[in-house]
Design a protein around this ligand. Structure first.
Ligand SMILES: NC(=O)NC(NC(N)=O)C(=O)[O-]
Ligand SMILES: [Zn+2]
Ligand SMILES: [Zn+2]
Length: 459
């Protein structure tokens, strides 16, 4: 049956207004009326008149690791934890599953693993590695949303880093495609690897921080911008930097965006906006990620860049592993796997921090939902409450506080620096294409109704 959702606070076009949303049987928004309408015959009526209704989040950077490293994460646990956090769409990264998503055949191996295990809608990134330039267009045609490459070792052997020549080739192939080329932007600077004192303790966070300095990120992004500036069709080439951690990159991004005419967007992550290096304990390897979490002053500059629009999206970069690989007992930052787990906690995390800074929930939604949907080419379908869009909703209580205890964590390995924090803002219910997929009382529904997103991008 068709349905009506009503609320006094619906996020419509960036503003909270009272509205009634009509949803068709197949889960599309067919009409939006101002104000709170009465129930009408022929419609199931969902009364959230005292609640806040947001569009379902689109987390464009998650590693689900299945098949091949399903003990790290999997489609079932990953998408359930997304559902529990109001995330109705995730886009899976091309690495850490075996095989990596670098050929159409490998994509199909992943799709076979994902099918009937999607509690939310799942899209896929492809990967660029040395020598797979002939695989890129077939992957675009098979529906990948774009491609990630590494400019430094990725941590897994089957996903090697690219050289500038490989990037130039990929730019040339993708410049006329409806796609986006994305970069793990850390690269050794001309002076070589950062020197960490022999006496530095491997369990001290500062030793790790010193080993991945700002100059790695600056060097990578300068290289990308130089290569893009040389591309003959930079007007049709979409580029994106994943997980920006260093504020020293911001002037380079701004110049590329505003002066060089390069279509370059960039994201940062929940953890860079929440944690600071000054307060990470020694042996705290659950905070280890690459690039690393930096200083408080650096973090303030990332917040300012979001508000200025230099950074446009905030994502989880959920990159989990098994407890043994985190090396928590010894706490050696150089041996531990790099990656922070936080899938599904993002809305509450970001709202907790934003509200301390006097930033509205409208902005939080824009960065995690509307802008991420655009980045992955799902504008017109995901990321907003608007006619013609999927009826993906979060019923959110912005005032309710909760402690992140293990029972609130739905991902497979419950290792996370967010554990124990008090967060503000509770996801009460999540709807995917008009179907309730999560309630705070009863948890995630039994049967998955998520779809694999494989339609080719249009831009
Ligand atoms: N192999 C990885 O999953 N790496 C990830 N690891 C992080 N961010 O620490 C990433 O996205 O680069
Ligand atoms: Zn990365
Ligand atoms: Zn990642």
């Amino acid at each position: 049956m068709a349905s009506i959702f009503v609320s006094s606070r619906v996020l419509l076009d960036g503003k909270f207004v009272p509205a009634s949303i009509f949803v068709s049987e197949d889960g599309k928004i067919t009409d939006i009326q101002p104000g709170i309408l009465e129930p009408s015959t022929g419609h199931t009526y969902y009364d959230y008149s005292d609640k806040t209704l947001l569009p379902g989040l689109v987390d464009s950077h998650v590693h689900l690791n299945e098949p091949g490293r399903t003990e790290w994460e999997g489609f079932e646990t990953g998408t359930k934890s997304a559902a529990a956090g109001g995330v109705t769409t995730v886009i899976d990264m091309p690495l850490n599953a075996i095989p990596p998503t670098t050929t159409v055949e490998n994509l199909h191996t992943k799709l076979n693993a994902a099918v009937s295990q999607a509690w939310v809608d799942v899209g896929f990134w492809g990967g660029v590695i040395p020598g797979n330039d002939n695989d890129l267009v077939p992957l675009v045609d098979s529906g990948v949303r774009g491609f990630k490459c590494f400019m430094i070792e990725s941590g897994v052997d089957e996903f090697p880093a690219v050289e500038p020549e490989d990037i130039a080739k990929a730019m040339d192939v993708l410049k006329n495609q409806p796609s986006v080329l994305m970069f793990h932007a850390e690269m050794l600077p001309p002076e070589g690897e950062a020197k960490v004192a022999d006496s530095a303790s491997p369990t001290a966070y500062d030793s790790f921080l010193d080993s991945r300095p700002d100059s790695y990120e600056r060097t990578a992004i300068e290289t990308i911008v130089d290569l893009a500036a040389k591309c003959d069709r930079k007007d049709t080439l979409n580029l994106h930097i994943v997980h920006i951690s260093s504020a020293e990159t911001l002037p380079i991004l701004e110049r590329a965006q505003n002066e060089l005419g390069i279509n370059l967007t960039a994201e940062t992550c929940f953890h860079y906006l929440t944690f600071t290096s000054e307060t990470i304990p020694n042996k705290g390897t659950h905070y280890k990620c690459c690039p690393p979490i930096r200083t408080k002053a650096n973090q303030d500059a990332l917040w300012a860049a979001l508000q200025a629009g230099v950074l446009r999206t905030v994502v989880s970069d959920h990159s989990p592993c098994t407890p043994a690989l985190k090396d928590l007992e010894v706490g050696d930052f150089f041996k531990s796997w790099g990656g922070v787990s936080g899938l599904g906690l993002g809305l509450s995390i970001l709202w907790t921090e934003a509200s301390k800074r006097g930033i509205g929930l409208e902005k939080v939604s824009e960065w995690t939902t509307r802008n991420t949907a655009r980045q992955v080419g799902l504008q017109g379908r995901k990321g907003e409450i608007a006619v013609g869009y999927d009826a993906d909703f979060v019923v959110f209580d912005p005032e309710m506080e909760f402690v992140v205890t293990e029972d609130k964590i739905h991902f497979k390995n419950k290792i996370s620096p967010y554990k124990g924090l008090t967060l503000k803002g509770l996801v009460e219910k999540t709807y995917l294409r008009g179907n309730c997929i999560y309630t705070a009382e009863d948890g995630v529904v039994e049967k998955p109704v998520g779809k694999l997103i494989l339609e080719k991008r249009t831009e």
